[in-house]
Design a protein around this ligand. Sequence first.
Ligand code: ADP
Ligand code: MG
Length: 261
Amino acid sequence: MAKIFCIANQKGGVGKTTTTVNLAAGLAKLGQRVLMVDLDPQGNATMGSGVDKRQLKLSVYDVLLESASIAEACVTSDKLVQAGCGYHVLGANRELAGAEVELVDVERREKRLKKALDAAAVDYDFILIDCPPSLSMLTLNGLCSAHGVIVPMQCEYFALEGLTDLVNTIKQVHANLNKELAIIGLLRVMFDPRITLQQQVSDQLKAHFGDKVFNTVIPRNVRLAEAPSYGVPGVVFDPASKGAQAFVAFAQEMIERLATH
Ligand code: ADP
Ligand code: MG
């Protein structure tokens, strides 16, 4: 049965999508069966997984409206399969922005994704959900489906402030909608050890959150930023790069954490 994780942070541009697609590719490289769900109407995780969002016949939108199952709607990119990092993609495009409105009147609208994922979970080891940068009905569907949340964050002063909001949101969802939900961990991303402030914030994070902070640190690495324009995760684009190696190490850490819990 798949373990289901949301990659969430209310802030935009903090590395959610980069984390989602590279963790997916890293887990696939290590032999795990992975489904990546794009819950952001921008469709960046879809494009970054080698799937053209404009060509999608079915997407997560159809799944949320219950007009398609995940097995029917998911696709894979040949490029990723050839690289030995293939995973299934339940894609998104701008159509998804309409789901918010169309779901207003339906019952249990925050549990639509959960229902679909529960039916597909036997086919995977990991399901990763890339959330949009907001606490919308879409993010709520992600949080209601997941066993845990992975929070990518940059080690900057304001990152800590934003974290309080996110922790409160997750507590509320835990209390009211999803008893299983927990923060699995904080992932330090775009890290530059030469910047003293980043080192200080990193130390504060560890002091405050202890083993909720993942051991793996993702460095700032230009190869990770270049990869999306080639329609592949950094792990596939340049496997030897520091960024790619860090994400494979992170995938390994995730597998080990699950084995010990
Ligand atoms: P989000 O999904 O939270 O909006 P993204 O994953 O799209 O964030 O990342 C924002 C930008 O930062 C993108 O241009 C991405 O390529 C870049 N980026 C993310 N992680 C790294 C990294 N470790 N090193 C360099 N650039 C990064
Ligand atoms: Mg994103």
